[in-house]
Design a protein around this ligand. Structure first.
Ligand code: GLN
Length: 500
């Protein structure tokens, strides 16, 4: 494997901008790595070889001409979740119903990456329409966890996380509706951040549940995630829920945090997410992390968020309700697949949706339609929205006592492919600790916290809305402390070394 694929995004950018290596060489090294390992990993649904090399060549030309790079990440390769529209690549959202669809426009995230000179290597695999926790609900076959290819990489953004862990890309983009950035990050020993709702534009992001969806950065280090965060975040008039305020200074915060001093900061240990019922190794890793944070000078305070336990139930009413509405647009008339099911438009729609949607999508459309139906709205959707308010209040009260909150990102490490695919409830339980943040619209990220039984574990750091700076600071401090103790976790990806 070329050393270039082992480097951080920050390190690559420095070498490219000082002309020590070219952006084209960097892109080529990653394309070679994809060619070598993606048969085993299946992180990518589409690899854009020519477009990636052409984009990198433009960065090189600009630097050779003496101009400043378009952004601090110009020339650095990235893997884009296949839920963002790309005018020059197919976009499937992991669904057969969009197989072969070529969007006529770029998502704002896509456009910002291009404007920043980031090299988009291709589109990554995901659970269909971002519903799932393992990437097994992709219509195009599962992604394999690079740590152990018999296991899932998490989901729905398993492709993006696996691409990072397999050294196919140093940066990736994910979306997080209930944990789809953070849970795969935890399962693959990588970093993933869900920004404050409204922090990153949803324009051109194929909707799952619009009141919960949020795009965010994925990387192998906290600083790299912060650099990517600053490239994609910020106000966009094309998204009515976009926040018209300055982007928190997360790069500065990550650099500050790496100094390793958290004195004066209060870290809230959420009693309801503090490890009861979690895999023993995950719990042990979490307890280590708490001790580590204390050593860095943070003051640990126990906080209680009594309504978090209803989060999962509320989420699995709100999300399907929004999904049933959002996915009505896949009507066989405007996009992708059309199955000739009879003479009437209704028959064509029914036959297309029957053939084009997978079982998990159908389950949620049916659940959501039921929850919104007349006579049930109050009992289900209305109640769930009330729980949502209570969870926001829990967060507000907790953030009066603490600057950030922490928990394990997931109750377990990566599970074997096939284990939970027929047991929706077991699959949903993956998101126990991540869902409250989506319901409240606040920010959270997952940072590697070592291994349990040979597999990666994640520490979740949660912050108030627009509190990303303190979140990155704490994550960077923790990362630096861990690295100085036992080396970067991600430097040991055992199972793929043979195939490179
Ligand atoms: N796993 C969760 C679900 O299935 C979260 C998905 C997501 O964040 N997109 O809904």
């Amino acid at each position: 494997m070329s050393d270039l694929t082992r480097m951080t995004a920050a390190g690559l950018a420095e070498k490219i901008h000082s002309r020590e290596v070219s952006a084209v060489e960097v892109a080529q090294a990653h394309l070679d790595r994809i060619a070598a390992v993606d048969g085993d990993v299946h992180a990518f649904l589409h690899v854009a070889t020519d477009a990636a090399l052409a984009s990198a060549a433009m960065v090189d030309e600009r630097i050779a001409a003496g101009a400043a790079p378009a952004s601090p990440l110009a020339g650095v390769p990235l893997a884009l979740k296949d839920v963002f529209t790309t005018s020059d690549m197919p976009t499937t959202a992991g669904s057969k119903i969009l197989d072969g669809w070529r969007p006529p426009y770029d998502a704002t995230v896509t456009a910002r990456l291009r404007a920043a000179g980031v090299t988009i290597l291709g589109k990554t695999n995901m659970d269909e329409f971002a519903m799932g926790s393992s990437t097994e609900y992709s219509a195009f076959g599962p992604t394999h966890n690079p740590w152990d290819t018999t296991r899932v990489p998490g989901g729905s953004g398993g492709g993006s996380a696996a691409a990072l862990a397999a050294f196919e890309a140093p940066l990736a983009i994910g979306t997080d509706t209930g944990g789809s950035i953070r849970q795969p990050a935890a399962f693959t020993g990588t970093v993933g951040a869900k920004p404050t709702y409204g922090g990153v534009s949803r324009y051109g992001l194929i909707a799952c549940a619009s009141s919960l969806d949020q795009a965010g950065p994925c990387a192998r280090t906290v600083l790299d995630a912060a650099m990517l965060h600053e490239v994609i975040a910020g106000y966009d008039p094309m998204d009515s829920t976009s926040i018209d305020q300055p982007v928190p200074a997360v790069v500065e915060a990550a650099r500050h945090g790496a100094g390793g001093d958290l004195s004066g900061l209060r870290v809230g240990v959420v009693r309801e997410l503090s490890g009861e019922g979690y895999q023993p190794g995950v719990r042990a890793s979490y307890e280590d992390a708490l001790r580590q944070l204390e050593k860095l000078g943070a003051e640990l305070v126990e906080v209680s968020c009594p309504h978090f336990e209803y989060g999962l139930a509320a989420y699995y009413l709100i999300l399907p309700s929004e999904v049933s509405s959002n996915l009505a647009r896949f009507d066989a008339m405007r996009y992708g697949l059309r199955v000739d099911g009879g003479a009437s438009a209704e028959e064509v729609m029914a036959a297309t949706r029957e053939a084009g949607f997978g079982p998990e999508v159908k389950r949620r459309v049916i659940l959501g339609t039921y929850a919104l139906s007349s006579g049930y709205w109050d009992a289900y959707y209305g109640q769930a929205q009330k729980v949502r308010t209570l969870i926001s209040r829990d967060f507000a009260a907790a953030f009066e006592q603490a600057d950030v909150l922490v928990s394990p990102t997931t109750p377990t490490t990566a599970f074997p492919i096939g284990d939970k695919v027929d047991d929706p409830l077991a699959m949903y339980l993956n998101d126990l600790a991540t869902i409250p943040t989506n319901l409240a619209g606040t920010a959270a990220m997952s940072v590697p916290s070592g291994l349990a039984d040979g597999l990666p574990v994640g520490l979740q750091v949660m912050a108030p809305a627009l509190g990303e700076a303190v979140m990155y600071r704490v994550a960077a401090a923790y990362e630096a402390a861990r690295n100085s103790e036992d080396g970067v976790v991600i430097d040991r990806v055992p199972s793929l070394e043979v195939s490179s």
